[in-house]
Write a protein that binds this ligand. Structure first.
Ligand SMILES: Cc1cc2nc3c(=O)[nH]c(=O)nc-3n(C[C@H](O)[C@H](O)[C@H](O)COP(=O)(O)OP(=O)(O)OC[C@H]3O[C@@H](n4cnc5c(N)ncnc54)[C@H](O)[C@@H]3O)c2cc1C
Length: 388
């Protein structure tokens, strides 16, 4: 590159102007109010950086997940399935309750059906209580729905219909959410792919406090970190307001592999086996069977209330310098949110939720809406202008 061009580009960057191929927004150090001005690397969203699109079917039940014990002949059957868009967020707590229910049986041998995040965390909770566990599953990571998740700590997202909640269900939810939040925090800094990250939600209207509205009201205050509201001139996004909250991020490919290693380390066996009927289950000789089959519980246990909520993610070439996530942005269809999560395996773009849709094929219209919405958002990112 010509020296004068380099100097010119350097000068533009120092002024904080967008330089093609340069991902860092360089800005002056403080707003008039004394708040440090936000400096964020720009996500390079473009069609030629797309590396894959994946689809997963969230196991949704309008009345929420099933977490209870029953009898199947002489076997104690513990159900732990139907977590919708919250399986990664709630699995440690649900696993703890399921394992406590398993203790009602005298024996200390258990079969766990399913090797997604719910089966793996339930296995660890059983092992902590002294159980010898065999996992039986039709598929194992990376071929589970759990590998297709975004996956943030979103304990109330796509979990339950408000009209179907009961006080007992809410109480159980709060207990499992608290256990899960604590367990995930303890995995940060170890090789599990769990970390803290700032999430920016962008909007044109001054943000309201919605913590007591809808499913958000389910969440105990201790499970919410504080939120900053950034006004015009205080952030680089092309919408008037942004809120910033620090949240937990889970990187499924790292996390699930680490969990598989852990269950094996503590003595579990993993058997690849699919079950067609309840009769097949009864042939198992473990006195306790824990059902962690996710959407598979619909056919295996005849739970017609369980339906898929299709979710699709499009992944861009990784950008290690991007260490924040966004929710919201510029999309041609207002009301349908989009979001971005940076991970080691790529910049993950999402924002689809189709209830009752069974297809595992990517939807081209949804892909375009999500990718182009992010191209518009990041293409219009500018250094904040104090007072602007
Ligand atoms: C796009 C997308 C984004 C998401 N984002 C988030 C998020 O941000 N935060 C969050 O908390 N959650 C998120 N989720 C939801 C989360 O991924 C699910 O709730 C979670 O994966 C459910 O885990 P699971 O172990 O129950 O099911 P699965 O991962 O589907 O595992 C089920 C296991 O059971 C086995 N199985 C099923 N039927 C049988 C059978 N008959 N015989 C033997 N084995 C059987 C399967 O082979 C598999 O091993 C997201 C999901 C999607 C698709």
């Amino acid at each position: 590159m010509h020296r004068r061009t380099v100097l010119k580009l350097g000068g533009m960057a120092a002024l904080g102007l967008g330089v093609p191929g340069c991902s860092t927004v360089v800005v002056s150090p403080a707003t008039p109010a004394g708040r440090p001005i936000l400096t964020l690397p720009v996500v390079r969203a473009s069609w030629d950086r797309v590396i894959r699109t994946t689809v997963g079917l969230r196991p949704y039940r309008p009345s929420g997940f099933v977490l209870r014990a029953t009898k199947l002949d002489d076997t104690l059957l513990v159900h732990n399935y139907g977590h919708g868009g919250t399986g990664h967020s709630l699995s440690w707590g649900c696993g703890a309750v399921a394992a406590d229910l398993a203790l009602e049986q005298g024996g200390r041998r258990a079969a766990v059906i399913g090797c997604g995040i719910v089966g793996l965390t339930t296995t660890r909770q059983l092992q902590r209580r002294g159980f010898d566990v065999t996992i039986y599953a039709k598929t194992v990571p990376p071929d589970t729905t759990s590998n297709m998740a975004l996956a943030g700590f979103t304990p109330t997202s796509g979990l339950v219909d408000r009209d179907e909640r009961t006080p007992a269900w809410d109480e159980q939810f709060r207990r499992v959410a608290e256990i899960s939040y604590r367990e995930l925090q303890l995995l940060v800094g170890r090789p599990y792919g769990v970390s803290w990250i700032d999430n920016y939600s962008t909007m044109n209207q001054r943000p309201l406090d919605l913590s007591d509205v809808g499913s958000q009201s389910l969440l105990p205050p201790a499970l919410r970190t504080g939120r900053d509201v950034l006004g015009p001139g205080e952030h680089p996004f092309p919408l008037r307001y942004a809120t910033r909250r620090t949240t937990l991020r889970i990187e499924p490919s790292i996390y699930l592999d680490a969990m598989v290693k852990d269950v094996l380390l503590f003595g579990a066996r993993i058997v690849i086996r699919g079950f067609e009927t309840l009769r097949d289950l009864i042939t198992l000789d473990e006195p306790v069977v824990v059902n962690c089959t996710g959407l598979g519980a619909r056919d295996l246990f005849g739970d017609d209330a369980l339906i898929p909520t299709k979710g699709q993610l499009t992944v861009l070439v990784p950008q290690p310098e991007v260490n924040y996530r966004t929710s919201g942005g510029i999309t041609p269809q207002p009301g349908i949110g989009i979001h971005m999560m940076p991970r080691a395996d790529g910049i993950v773009l999402g924002g689809t939720s189709e209830r009752g849709e069974w297809s595992l094929e990517p939807d081209e219209d949804a892909r375009r809406r999500v990718v182009e919405g992010h191209m518009a958002l990041y293409g219009a990112m500018r250094p904040p202008t104090p007072g602007g």
